[in-house]
Ligand binder design. Sequence first.
Ligand code: 0WD
Length: 254
Amino acid sequence: SGLMQGKRGVVLGVANNRSIAWGIAKAARAAGAEIALTYQGDALKKRVEPLAADLGGLVLGHCDVTDPTTIDAVFDVLKEKWGKIDFVVHAIAFSDKDQLDGRYIETTQDNFSKSMLISCYSLTAIAQRAEKLMTDGGSIITLTYYGAEKWMPHYNVMGVAKAALEASVRYLAADLGEKNIRVNAISAGPIKTLAASGIGDFRYILKWNEYNAPLRRTVTIEEVGDSALYLLSDLSRGVTGEVHHVDSGYHVVG
Ligand code: 0WD
């Protein structure tokens, strides 16, 4: 379909072809969008470049959200190549793996700060740059998880960071609404990705969702991608500040 025809956007957080960001990039491209990707470090560069080529897209370069100069650099490239953008997909999170296990109470100050910076503040840092390029309005989406709303085993500081991320979505939506820039989140069900493999007992969490979610299964990155099309396109032009669950309905029972 041509739902995203004429729209251009940047997708941050593709690590490999199992990334949720990749599911969204593929769906947006299939609907007609032009896509730009970033990568974090040289190890991921080798994976992201061929994926961007598959989409006929741009590679903007290295972006590590802990280093604001690298965020500025990729937005400078965007400005130079495209002048304006229509959407941003933020699919970035990080916490030390050894603290995604056991008790939340053991979280260190250092990992708390790092998790909040990468998993929460980065959305605001990116929105600051995106605002300047979204001269005809736009749509910004981020990825969150049910652990923001309820205690979940082992999710720990990520749950706290996701709660703050969801609050950021509401504050950013209010700030950017008068420019017709919408900010929403997708709360995805558990999917086996690189980031998820760091979470303790993740296979058990997948099984638990299969047994208990209304649809009796987990979701795929393609399903998250298709739902993202709604939030990225004009179909959702009346929607902002929302957290949309794409989780086989787990949130109604969990
Ligand atoms: O079950 C899941 N997989 C769920 C993930 C359920 C609900 C939400 N999410 C969220 C994650 O919390 C994250 O916000 O979806 C988003 C995307 O995560 P993903 O697709 O599960 O994981 P992955 O493919 O690993 O992509 C996350 C990427 C990083 O990958 P690695 O694994 O190398 O940390 O986030 C990027 C990086 O590419 N990233 C950064 N990018 C820029 N600067 C940074 C950073 N400092 N740190 C991580």
